[in-house]
Design a protein around this ligand. Sequence first.
Ligand code: ADP
Length: 161
Amino acid sequence: MSREPRIALYPGSFDPLTNGHVDIIQRGARLFDRIIVAILMNREKTPLFTAVERVDIAREVFANEPNVEIDTFGGLLVEYARRREASVIVRGLRAVSDFEYEMQMALMNRHLSPDLETVFMMPGEAYTYLSSRLVKEVFALGASVAGLVPPAVERRLLVKR
Ligand code: ADP
C-alpha cells in the first residue's frame, strides 16, 4: 500500500552544528523518509556562524545522505512545517533539564497545529552533555573542540581564531 512520504523537521539554531545534532539527524534519517534540518535565522544578534555558513556546514556534513535536506526558516515553525508538508517535528532530549522547555514548546505547537506530532529522541550518551553554547565557550577559551563537532565545523572555527 502506498502512503504519503513521512517528512520530519529538525528545527534549531545549530550555531554551531555539534556531534549531538549529527547523532539525532542520523537517527531521524533512519526513521523518516526525509528529514529537513531547519536552521532558524536571526534569533541571536551576534551568531558565531551566519545562517549561510551554517547551511554550508550542514550540507557538507550530510552531502552523502540523500534523505537529509538543509534549509533555513524564520517565523512560526508550524507555518513552515505546513509549507514543507512535514508531519513530524524532531527534537533531541539530553537531560531532564531540557524537558520542561521542550514540553511547553511541543504542546504549544500542538495547540497551533494539532496534526503536527513532536517526536523526541535521545542521543548517544557521549553527547548528552554537549551543547552549542558549551562548544562556543570551550572554543573561546582556547581549548580543542575535536570530537565534539564535525571536522567541517572544527576547520571553520580554526579559521576564525
Ligand atoms: P535551540 O536553540 O532551538 O535549542 P539547538 O540547535 O541548540 O537549537 O538544538 C536543536 C535541537 O537539538 C534541540 O531539540 C536540542 O535539544 C537538540 N540538541 C542540542 N544538542 C544536542 C545533543 N548534544 N544531543 C541531542 N540533542 C541535542
